[in-house]
Design a protein around this ligand. Structure first.
Ligand code: SF4
Length: 237
């Protein structure tokens, strides 16, 4: 698996290789079962049911790092954060920030394009209860590491959505940038900012999950502040 990720010469290669990954038995079973049984509202649709590659600008200056695809979102549409409530909130915010050409993301062929921005997840298959195991996280890490490596020439800022993504960044700093993570690790929080040498700036943002957005823990204004900060740090107009 590590070898397959490392061999990917470019993002097109990487996207094709990750979509054909079967390394985690529990997640393979789950993603396929969800695709077979489907949610009633989507019973006429064919689910993707496979790992979900990253999406966006291949020369991104800003990366948005999520946890994993949603069972009836990315696992259905084949595009990360596409077709679920979390994506509705995220893409509306990216559009307000001028980083997306439209505020909605409903299907892989809906015309959405990102500007200076790429989105990917720490784990590429939808996990039961949105909870990958530590072993699954570690097994999937080489895909993330290679993706960051491929956009490394332009990448300046990473927005980590939630504590899981924040924690997933430290191995990237070590493996991709050769930077020893600080010890103890800086704590995750909304608005947290870690800055190292020769490594992208890291910004913390509460996850755009319904649990956070429906309760008001994460508001549109809070997201706007994070993306304004990310643009400033990345040198994006
Ligand atoms: S979670 Fe990652 S490593 Fe595991 S099967 Fe999916 S793509 Fe492969």
């Amino acid at each position: 698996m590590v070898a397959r990720a490392t061999r990917a010469a470019d993002l097109t290669d990487l996207d094709a290789a990750v979509a054909d990954c079967f390394a985690c038995p529990r997640l393979v079973t789950w993603r396929e079962e969800v695709a077979r049984t489907r949610r009633a509202a989507f019973r006429d649709q064919e689910y993707w049911g496979r790992p979900v590659p990253g999406f966006g600008d291949p020369e991104a200056r800003i990366a948005v790092l999520g946890l994993a695809p949603a069972a009836h979102g990315g696992n259905r549409t084949g595009r990360i954060f596409t077709g679920d409530r979390s994506g509705d909130v995220l893409f509306a915010a990216l559009h307000r920030a001028g980083l997306a050409n439209q505020p909605t993301s409903v299907a892989a062929d809906d015309g959405l394009a990102l500007r200076h921005t790429r989105i990917f997840a720490a784990v590429r298959c939808a996990p039961p209860d949105n909870k990958p195991s530590p072993a699954e996280r570690d097994t999937c890490a080489p895909w993330l590491h290679r993706e960051v490596d491929l956009i490394r020439p332009t990448l300046r800022v990473v927005v980590a959505l939630g504590a899981f993504a924040w924690a997933a960044w430290w191995p990237v700093a070590r493996h991709v940038y050769g930077v020893r993570p600080p010890s103890p690790r800086p704590s995750f929080g909304h608005g947290a900012h870690w800055s190292g040498t020769a490594v992208p700036e890291l910004l913390g943002c509460y996850h755009v999950s319904q649990q956070n957005t429906f309760t008001g823990r994460l508001t549109p204004g809070m997201l706007d502040d994070v993306f304004a900060r990310a643009k400033q740090l990345a040198g994006v107009d």
